[in-house]
Design a protein around this ligand. Structure first.
Ligand code: AMP
Ligand code: ZN
Length: 113
């Protein structure tokens, strides 16, 4: 399968690892939009939020269990952070492997725009 994030998980494309467990891989975004910007992905190809089901929701649970650990590791747990999922073209998704952006180290406005 020609999926960039599957290749990153497999080590076929280099990445800067921030966190890994048996279900989750997290790495620094190549084009950060905040002082700390990590991409968190399931170690299973799920194309987008549209494809979350009862059979794979455990990967989403595992990602959210990893979020506070990664935030603490990055030192952004105290100041706070934003977690974003982009789904589909209107949502701004450019890589069709479910992922969550964890961003911190600056203030974010709301509404997000
Ligand atoms: P999205 O637009 O939500 O699909 O997010 C995809 C993210 O992946 C973007 O923020 C990109 O900067 C990031 N990205 C693309 N290629 C790489 C790569 N090789 N290593 C790390 N991050 C990447
Ligand atoms: Zn994939």
């Amino acid at each position: 399968m020609d999926c960039l994030f599957c290749k990153i998980i497999a080590g076929e494309v280099p990445s800067t690892k921030v966190y890994e467990d048996d279900m989750v891989y997290a790495f620094r975004d190549i084009a950060p939009t905040a002082p700390e910007h990590v991409v968190i992905v399931p170690k299973k190809h799920i194309a987008s939020a549209n494809d979350i089901t009862d059979d794979n929701i455990n990967y989403v649970t595992a990602i959210w269990k990893a979020v506070p650990k990664i935030a603490k590791e990055l030192g952004i747990d105290g100041g706070g952070y934003r977690v974003v999922n982009n789904c589909g073209s209107d949502g701004g998704q450019t890589v069709n492997h479910l992922h969550f952006h964890l961003m911190g180290g600056r203030e974010f406005g709301w509404p997000a725009g």
